[in-house]
Design a protein around this ligand. Structure first.
Ligand SMILES: [Zn+2]
Length: 331
């Protein structure tokens, strides 16, 4: 009895703490959900429910993985499963798919401006890196941009995506590329545009030597290269892999001249990065193992726990790689 009482007191004080945290925020200030959701979903939902009651049911601004959303009581209700438990993964998908993103779309937002910005940023990158012969030409880049189709409505977009990819999680996708034909939602930002154009212009390692399908590494490369072109780090589901590739590539620069990540992505010599990385790691399976973990992170069928474990493994592998690289010369 005593133990139970003690435990519930701890939960109650946690609920109060979160509730007060929510209520103390000024209008427009966001509550960061990432850490709260990891701890305990039911504590989280009790705190939010209390906060909503005290806040007369008004929307609360929250931030999840760097993206801001407007959270309303009904949003939480949508994420309670049949057993009455709160499903945090569902909340993330729900917020993203219902496009409650704040600041993404201002009143005078024009997709044409975003497309022009994307063309500007991409062509500047090519012009500023003239010495990197493997980069696409401006003509090739323009051709890829010409194949973009903007969908007027989300319904139209979802219909096209479902027709090409029978996947239940399609609502999470802001754009897609099918053999060079690019389809975008009408409120995407430059990061998404350049990412999809990159899928037309570059590619790495569709399948590894062991037959692992490496969607993960291709998306990680596409995002890492996109971050480099756009000059900011995107909050995509490939972020973990992109950061790993970027960190490993930085280490590679002390061993060779030039940027092996960009060269492998855009040139015919697709295996340059893989070969160099395996050599430095002194492990012929290093790259394939990394690719396998990246696949888990982005696989919608993996559980949240599996994805978090894979992220930890990737981070450990990158640290081990950096350590190997430091000691490589003296071996
Ligand atoms: Zn992609």
């Amino acid at each position: 009895m005593l133990l139970k009482h003690g435990a519930s007191a701890v939960v109650q004080s946690k609920v109060d703490e979160i509730t007060l945290g929510i209520l103390s925020k000024k209008t427009g200030e966001a509550i960061t959900l990432d850490e709260l959701l990891l701890k305990d979903g039911n504590t989280f939902i009790t705190a939010f429910t209390t906060a909503f009651v005290m806040n007369s049911g008004k929307a609360i601004i929250v931030e999840l993985k760097g993206q801001k959303y407007e959270l309303k009581p009904e949003d939480l209700e949508n994420c309670i499963d049949d057993d009455g438990n709160f499903d945090s993964e569902k909340l993330e998908k729900y917020l993203y798919s219902t496009k409650k993103r704040v600041n993404l779309r201002s009143d005078n937002y024009k997709i044409e401006d975003t497309l022009n910005d994307s063309i500007d940023v991409f062509s500047s990158f090519i012009k500023n890196n003239k010495n990197e012969k493997y980069l696409p030409t401006i003509e090739e880049m323009n051709k890829a941009f010409d194949e973009i189709e903007i969908c007027d409505s989300n319904d139209e977009f979802n219909r096209l995506l479902k027709a090409s990819d029978d996947d239940e999680t399609v609502d999470l996708v802001p754009g897609f590329n099918r053999k060079g034909k690019i389809y975008l939602r009408n409120d995407v930002h430059s990061q998404v545009v350049v990412h999809e154009v990159n899928h037309t212009l570059g590619n790495v390692h569709g399948t590894t030597s062991e037959g692992i399908s490496s969607v993960g590494i291709n998306e990680a490369f596409t995002d890492a290269v996109t971050n480099k072109i756009v000059g900011v780090v995107g909050n995509t589901k490939y972020r973990c892999g992109a950061e790993a590739i970027t960190d490993i590539n930085e280490v590679c620069k002390s061993f060779i001249n030039g940027d092996v990540m960009l060269e492998s992505y855009y040139s015919e010599n697709k295996s340059g990065f893989k070969t160099l990385v395996n050599t430095i790691a002194d492990d012929q399976k290093f790259y394939d193992n990394l690719a396998e973990q990246m696949n888990i992170v982005i696989d919608d069928n993996s559980t949240y726990t599996q994805q978090e474990d894979a992220k930890d493994t990737i981070s450990t592998m990158v640290n081990e790689f950096i350590y190997k690289a430091k000691t490589y010369d003296t071996n």
